[in-house]
Design a protein. Sequence first.
Length: 303
Amino acid sequence: MTFPDLIPSLKSSLPQLRGRLLANELLAPLTWFRVGGPAQALFMPEDESDLAYLLARLPHEIPVTVVGLGSNLIVRDGGIAGVVVRLGRGLNDIRMVPGKRVRAGTAAPDLRVARAAQEASIAGLAFLSGIPGAIGGALRMNGGAYGGETKDILLEARGIDRAGNSRVYQNADMGYTYRHCGVPEDVIFTEALFHGASGAATEIAAEMARIAQARAETQPRSLTGGSTFKNPPGHKAWQLIDAAGCRGLMVGGAQVSELHCNFLINLGNATAADIEGLGEQVRRRVQESSGVTLEWEIKRIGQ
């Protein structure tokens, strides 16, 4: 589908905007699943102040959606109305801070942050190398892998609300639980400050290598979005899915991975509806088989 073009009115009402604005830009190439419709207006801010300028002056009736690297995301086939903010250049800086701390923009890939910490002999952040995506997603979902979670290393995060106001959130303000952040959804995180400990760069590198090997051996490398469902209390999602007979299950061009059945994959011609429909079928079968209701971990947005 095609949305009405918002760009002329946005440029007229936001003359000092510096980032790129694109009308009806397909979002599929920006997601790991490679599916999804267009953004009515795609905005790529130059930096934090450019983003704040947009949010402070954008009419409140125009919805705002933020995306990062698109790893843990299904964009539905009808696309996304309003303004889609994609964080990138200007929000991906990584720098070391005295006291074994790392300050990172939220567009920085998790792997890059882990590597930067390793090169600076800062231990405790290696698990980030096992999380697909960027720091913004890790903050928003309390991302975790291989024994670590974002809440374990975060000191503070800075975010901008829908009115364009900037605020620093301490770890205790984040309301973290398993794969959940309590900060209002309209806040767009722009930077994080992490803490680690002194470590040997060679030992940290070896830990990251073990994580990379474990991922390669147990997770599909094809078009996927990472772990599909959260682990229910007392259970492993993949075990419930396997027990329900869903390993290899297909809907259209989407399939439950045979390597790791908490991963859905695009075989090459799937639609977003195929992938989401497959996920819902898995949820129904697991409910019927075990009585457990799986909760989506992958974010699904759009029409």
